[in-house]
Design a protein around this ligand. Structure first.
Ligand code: NDP
Ligand code: 8X3
Length: 249
């Protein structure tokens, strides 16, 4: 890997992806940033970064994004699979299946669409690092979250499989699995209902997007013979997805 790695971050228009982009920009990475709301990528303040529309659920969009990334900065050294979402808290019995498709297409197939187009050149070059942004939800399931949790559990399997498949090639695979992080995540989950979203973070102290970006930056900055397989990072006030300590206001 060169001293200025070419790093792709999916879903860099908000929250954790934006924080990762800012931290890696400060560390001199050459960035390719994608999201559907591409206009937001300008706000990250790195004029040298490629800022390009990306919908990870659309294979043509993934192809166009990666072609633009390679044209801008050459071969990809680091891929951060961050784009993802939860939609709703319906039970299996109460769901209509539309949100399931969106979550599975984004969080599982979206990651696969990007990863399968990037890993071959990493194997060929004998270097590269793939980072998955998983979740505590991939470790413990909760009512109303079975499909979201299932997508994040799938990511753990995909990371594990990729680690076996790239063993001996020099490619590294890391999963960063956070607990509650205050971002737009809950606003998206509750379809713009800010009262419900705010209640998730009420009277407690969630992680910040930068806390998660710190973990990514740490994993990426280890020497090439060190692979951080997984980091499960929680707020001190959270013991599991639904066990959150809240202080009296
Ligand atoms: P945000 O909603 O703030 O950010 C999500 C990002 O994903 C946005 O940049 C969004 O961009 C992007 N995204 C969503 N769908 C697509 C798509 N189809 N194609 C491209 N980009 C897409 O939430 P977070 O920052 O919190 O979420 C980032 C990751 O962290 C997700 O994978 C999430 O599951 C995970 N996570 C979040 C936790 C939390 O509590 N916040 C905890 C554990 C994990 P745009 O809409 O512009 O396309
Ligand atoms: C997001 C964390 O607990 O809302 O991945 O599922 S949780």
């Amino acid at each position: 890997m060169t001293s200025a790695p070419h790093t792709v971050v999916t879903g860099a228009s908000s929250g954790i992806g934006a924080a990762i982009a800012r931290q890696l920009s400060a560390r001199g990475h050459r960035l390719s940033l994608g999201a559907r709301r591409a206009e937001r990528l300008d706000a990250l303040g790195d004029p040298t970064a490629l800022r390009h529309p990306l919908d990870v659920t659309d294979e043509a969009s993934v192809e166009a994004f990666l072609a633009a990334a390679r044209a801008a900065h050459g071969p990809i050294d680091v891929l951060v699979n961050n784009a993802g979402l939860a939609r709703g808290i319906e039970t299996i019995a109460g769901a209509d299946g539309i949100a399931w498709r969106e979550m599975i297409e984004t969080n599982v197939l979206g990651v696969l669409h990007v990863t399968r187009r990037v890993v071959p050149e990493m194997i060929e070059r004998g270097t590269g690092h793939v980072v998955m942004i998983g979740s505590v939800a991939g470790h413990e399931t909760y009512e109303g979250g079975s499909v979201y949790c299932g997508t994040k559990r799938a990511l753990r399997s995909i990371a594990e499989g990729l680690r076996y498949e790239t063993l001996g090639t020099g490619v590294r695979v890391t999963s960063v699995d956070p607990g509650m992080v205050e971002t737009e995540f809950s606003l998206v989950r509750f379809r713009g209902d800010s009262a419900k979203a705010d209640a998730v973070y009420r009277d407690t102290r969630p992680l910040t997007a930068d806390d998660v970006a710190d973990c990514v930056t740490f994993a990426l900055s280890r020497p090439p013979h060190v692979n951080i397989d997984a980091i499960l990072v929680m707020p001190t006030d959270q013991a599991s997805p639904k066990r959150v300590h809240r202080r009296s206001p």
